[in-house]
Design a protein around this ligand. Structure first.
Ligand SMILES: [Zn+2]
Length: 265
């Protein structure tokens, strides 16, 4: 396996949500690949690297404040750059994340875990070599939107980040990993060069992604339950084709206690 792309959300020593890993887990999981000769790369760097390079692509969806507070120091110490995907309506308003799948956390003691990074923190990580990509404006299920809504979510988030960072915003993470052909075409038309998904399983990156394959790059979701053994089994499988990745749901699941706790945020 030459490129391994990991998808994280929050980092917290205390938050019991599947969405978070502890700083210690993050350090061990990243070190696992550095020891095996993988070099850190952003998404943009990885797609343009020569085929065959062993690369580690660390990504964070949702741009939670804990990423700046707790992941950044760990990764800086390891010499690792990452790519963070920001839902711009939250980052620019400062409102806690509150789409239906995460809203229940706002009622408990961990509500502050849903604080977004500030615009200044995004500027800070960009200055440290991180890539900042878009995660739409409001974090909807993109396949459910009509064409106008879809375009607005894709274009306005890109433009807002480009204005903030004064550089191109070339990458999108589809919320929940949910996408279909129409969404991918719209992402391309909205100016994105790369898009990242969450197909489940241990997917391989294409050896030299070109064209639209760059807009459906798979990542391995890493969650709190991934202790050392489970993590090794999970990412170790990335080197082999062990099973066909699960199809990604294109529809927002109806709310139920099980779905409310979905880690795919
Ligand atoms: Zn998300």
């Amino acid at each position: 396996m030459s490129v391994v792309a990991l998808c994280y959300h929050g980092v917290s020593p205390t938050w019991r949500s599947p969405m978070a890993v502890t700083p210690r887990q993050l350090e061990a999981q990243v070190t696992h690949f550095l020891r095996r000769g993988h070099r850190p790369a952003t998404v943009a760097e990885a797609v343009s690297a020569p085929p065959g390079r062993r690369l580690l692509v660390v990504t964070f969806d949702d741009a939670l404040a804990s990423v700046h507070r707790l992941a950044l120091p760990v990764l800086e110490r390891l010499g690792v750059v990452a790519t963070v995907y920001a839902p711009t309506a939250y980052v620019f308003s400062g409102e806690r994340m509150h789409w239906p799948e995460v809203r229940h956390h706002l009622l408990g003691p961990d509500a502050a875990e849903l604080d977004p990074m500030t615009p200044a923190q995004l500027v800070d990580v960009a200055a440290r070599g991180w890539e900042v990509g878009a995660h739409t404006c409001t974090h909807p299920w993109l396949p459910e939107l009509d064409d106008d809504e879809l375009r607005t979510e894709l274009v306005e988030s890109r433009v807002a980040l480009e204005r903030l960072l004064d550089r191109p915003c070339a990458s999108i993470a589809y919320p929940f990993g949910a996408h279909d052909d129409r969404v991918v075409r719209a992402a391309e038309a909205a100016g994105y060069a790369t898009g990242v998904t969450l197909p489940g399983g241990a997917p391989r990156w294409p050896a030299a992604p070109v064209g639209r394959r760059r807009l459906t790059l798979p990542r391995i979701g890493v969650y709190r339950a991934d202790g050392p053994l489970r993590y090794r089994l999970k990412v170790g499988a990335a080197g082999r084709v062990v099973r066909r990745p699960k199809a990604i749901s294109r529809r927002r699941p109806t709310a139920s206690p099980a779905n409310v706790h979905t880690p795919r945020a």
